[in-house]
Design a protein. Sequence first.
Length: 473
Amino acid sequence: MSGASGPAPAGVLGGAACPDVTCRARPDVPVSYPHDELDPATVHGLVARASDPKRERWLQQVRRTGACRHPVRLRGVVLHGDEPVYSTVDEPDGALMVRCGNRREACCPSCAHEYRGDMWQLVYAGMAGGRKGVPEQVAEHPQVFASLTAPSFGPVHSRPDDGRPCRCGKRHDTDDPALGEAIDPATYDYEGAALWNWHAPALWNRFIIELVRVLAAKAGLSEREWRQHVRVAFAKVAEFQARGLVHFHAIVRLDGAEDRATAPGVTISPEELCAAIRDAAASAHLDGDAGDDELVELRFGEQLHTRVLAGAQDGRELSPGQVAAYVAKYSCKASHEQITSRDTDPDRWRNRGVPEQLVQMAAAALRLSARSGLRGLGRWVHMLGFRGHFVTKSRGYSTTLGKLRAARAAYRSQQDKPPDYAEVDDDSTEVLSVWQYIGSGYLNPGDVLLAAGVEASLRAAREAMLDLRCGPP
């Protein structure tokens, strides 16, 4: 059996080979079937599962994955020394289902919910402290929530906050599909916008470097002296605007240079940090590769918003829970789910309902990928050229997603142990896990329908818990 050794997937509870066929739930269509229009394949799948003596175990696996839309099916065995302690032979369909792990809400709401919860915990711990291994003292450090935007590459349809009409002369509704579209597509710089997305992660790094320089200059110190007293910690999330450009929402915090539990060695108020962020964003720039030995100067846009998170003098503080929920929400979104790097035909994108602005952005990224020096851009067409991680953080800002997932896996593993389980004290015995990928998705439309019912019940339970919750999770 081919496979890799490692720990058993979280949720293992202790036949025949499972065919490599799948029935995937489409991410752009709600998983629901009118009861009077069930097709024969769905009815056959429902009957087969209902008559399966292992149906309860199958439903248990579905619940353990959170009713994942595209569960990964594995075949494998866990050995403790030479003795097998778990095998998928006795599992329904001879396979163990685990989460797909897709963070995008439109692809898998269940896995996105779990990822969003992890992100909430990560961001909240970095702001409030006192949990997940983050010292509680960080809550007293200067913290600012900042939003940095992309510059303009041409006028687009919008809804100004002050109630003025759009530059086209109309007042658009909030759900107007024209929002974000170029007013004059013939003059809009789509290639410039795609290049900005491509170099946005590097421009963010330049901003952090410039922020240290600005803060050091305001304190009358050199950059090297400043770094001996203060460390800049941050967590940020990238959000796609309707016009197809990313902008960054970031929590910026100042800690002591040696220990995040200590206050910065240089006194800086949150208002001064806001001013420094504005100055750094205005001066940060990058000469990016435009392909064919050409360069393009890249900067952030003029729109910049900063809000104090702790110690505000005007009393207008944002709570850690609010900011964490805001960042977590955008961590599960993408550009558009119907644009893929495998499909390079703009007409097919249009036929799938992709807005014209995003079609033009993706087409511009395709054109740019033909230039020397930008060959790799073709792999990121589905992201309109953006190649960075949606959520990033500095090393000492908070805990890590890996630690959060490990803690959850350990908790679930403990739950799975039977009441009479006896711990083995002999650490010298080798534990070997061998797993083989079979496929992903459910085996037939009937299973998809049953999983959709489980997903609905789990969602209703989560909503009921939210109504009862009186504090942070």
